[in-house]
Design a protein around this ligand. Structure first.
Ligand code: HEC
Ligand code: HEC
Length: 220
């Protein structure tokens, strides 16, 4: 174990002339694992370069916070072996939040293309961990939250969903609905029909009927 840890350090290029103190040697790998990241996620600057390391600064304060939490939790429960660790919150991911919330924040600040890129990146890195929810529901519910205010962004995210879940009848239906918000009924009808093709008995049938009826009345 000890040897494995040391060779890990050597591999990272963080091992200086001296071996690191024993507690660093065991806490660092466990922190990295708790956050699902590699060493240079925090140790991002060249050694000795004096460049800022923002994640490391956050991590340092998280360590202090975690110690304080432990004291509080032990006081509150009366259990002196109660133990809060990074993994208690992080569960193998650097940002322990619902992925929909993470994407929503990116969407607000940087737009749909950045949110889509972030989804791809997180999916690639964390898919097998079951830490973030990559089922079709995530992008669907996110898109539904923004369809009224930002139909184009909703359509972009739903197309991304279809890329990963080609049989998502609900995504096609949601795109159809987004097109009605853009007053493009013709495209909406195409997506509703595609949704019904995949899942003939879904709720979209009613919407499709009334949309067609409405268009017919407009034409008459
Ligand atoms: C989540 C952020 C994070 C990750 C991941 C991380 N470290 Fe650290 N590391 C820190 C922080 C913060 C300190 C400073 C601790 C302190 O000031 O008490 C530190 C300190 C160290 C030190 C002591 C020298 C220094 O830079 O302060 C070594 C050596 C080290 N880490 C190696 C590693 C190795 C090897 C890994 C990967 C197995 C790793 N770290 C992963 C945040 C991290
Ligand atoms: C009580 C819960 C909790 C504990 C315990 C905790 N964290 Fe966090 N940490 C969070 C939350 C929540 C965030 C994300 C904040 C946000 O939404 O940006 C976070 C964010 C971070 C980030 C920034 C990640 C990024 O990419 O922006 C780092 C680094 C981090 N934590 C390190 C640690 C380390 C190291 C430990 C253990 C010493 C730890 N945390 C313990 C809740 C916790």
């Amino acid at each position: 174990m000890r040897l494995a840890t040391l060779s890990l350090f050597a591999g990272c290029g963080l091992l200086g002339a001296q071996a690191p103190p024993a507690d660093i040697g065991s806490t660092m790998p466990s922190i990295a694992q708790a956050l699902g990241v590699t060493c240079n996620y925090c140790h991002s600057a060249e050694r000795g370069s004096g460049q800022p390391e923002p994640k490391k600064d956050i991590a340092r304060q998280m360590m202090t916070m975690t110690r304080e939490l432990n004291t509080r939790v032990q006081q509150i429960t009366g259990n002196t072996s109660a133990n809060v660790e990074c993994v208690t919150c992080h569960h193998g991911v650097p940002i322990p939040r619902q992925i929909a919330d993470i994407l929503m924040q990116t969407l607000r600040t940087k737009g749909a293309a950045a949110a889509a890129a972030q989804y791809r990146d997180l999916r690639e890195r964390f898919y097998a961990r079951e830490a973030y929810d990559f089922s079709e529901d995530t992008l669907l519910s996110l898109a539904q939250r923004i369809t009224t205010s930002r139909p184009d962004d909703a359509i972009a995210l739903l197309n991304l969903n279809i890329e990963y879940n080609p049989k998502s009848a609900r995504s096609y239906a949601a795109i159809g609905y987004a097109y009605t918000r853009k007053f493009d009924d013709e495209t909406a009808i195409q997506y509703y029909e595609k949704s019904l093709e995949i899942e003939p008995n879904n709720v979209v049938r009613g919407q499709l009927e009334s949309l067609k009826m409405y268009r017919k009345r407009k034409q008459d």
